[in-house]
Design a protein around this ligand. Sequence first.
Ligand code: DHB
Length: 415
Amino acid sequence: MRTQVGIVGGGPAGALLSHLLHLQGIESVVLELRNREEVETAVRAGVLEDATAELLRETGVGKRMDQKGAVHEGIELRFGGHGHRIDFADLTGGRKIVVYGQQEVVKDLYAARLSAGGKLIYEAAATGLQDLDTPQPKIRFRRGAKLDLDAGDIRFRDDTNEEEITCDFVVGADGFFGPCRSFIPDEVRKEHVRTYPFGWFGILVEGSPSTEELIYTLHERGFALVSTRSPEVQRLYFQCDPNDKVDNWPDERIWEEMQTRLATDDGWTLKEGRIFQKDLVQMRSFICEPMQHGRLFLAGDAAHIVPPTGAKGMNLAVSDVRVLVRGLIEFYSSGRTNLLESYSETCLRRVWKASRFSWWMTSMLHRFHDEDDFRYRLQLAELDYLASSRAASTSLAENYVGLPMEVITGVPAND
Ligand code: DHB
């Protein structure tokens, strides 16, 4: 098989890249390990920066988002039993976020790709990358793949053999656990890692929202977050032990914990409902430098992970793809490689800033139970400062709605 851009991974980064390339007349093939239903129903993050939402609209995949997503103009920070609103629209000149599930974004992208005749191969695992330092890199892959979660490896149906895609470029959009990153040689690859001493317990709940905007809470017992998915489905999280198990948390215990952490003195109540899904979210910061090697480019979680507190994960995947597409357009229209050469450098400036923001939100809003009270009191003081200072609130707001896109390095002055 031959294509222009071979993409490993059909999550938000891979699917968006394929869509944007198609709009420019550039052909791609996407390999996705899971089947379509698995990707479309996997519950992930749900906050889109305004530029992310705008990009989806501009490229014809924002219709359902505008119908079903919720535009939020602020968030609430809650601590000491009081809520304090951070008004994004006021602090950032009218910018907002859209709360719309990542799997819904992927669904919209798949629908667009499939109706345009796009080539998406599900249940296909990349088994190797070759010739990355030549103009004809190759992806080896095998169909009939299934991830065996218990064993932590991939099984294949017996009736499949290894196949090969010859491309001009290979994009590793295969997530944190995908194989592509390891094809950047050890001598040039530096991985920065920070783990946090807690995780998030997430639940999906049937029922109407308890709040119009997201609530981020710091309580003595730990962090809690009230988010939403739709007028009928609510998404709630609370800080838990990183090694906790879903089975340790029967519904009554979850509600008791959430009610305790979210209690206020202003009459607000958290609405309970039927919990129909429970999951554990890992908390990790990870950055791989560089994000490219020869004709291989990494995008999204394959290159970097942020803890979920700042809601940046999917937005970073989208900004990587934006930079990569510009580089590929430049290459296919002029043969120049300036933008592709500076891909990693351009992306990493934004990635580090978003990682800083996510680390900061995480550090401020969680209980570090093994540390003394001094740290906790500083966290409360920082929240108090945020709630009372327009300058501090503006810093949070401009990061949350999304910093401006990077100036792309390597663009000649007359471009
Ligand atoms: C959601 C996730 C986040 O990490 C966050 O900061 C806000 C909302 C969510 O899944 O809805």
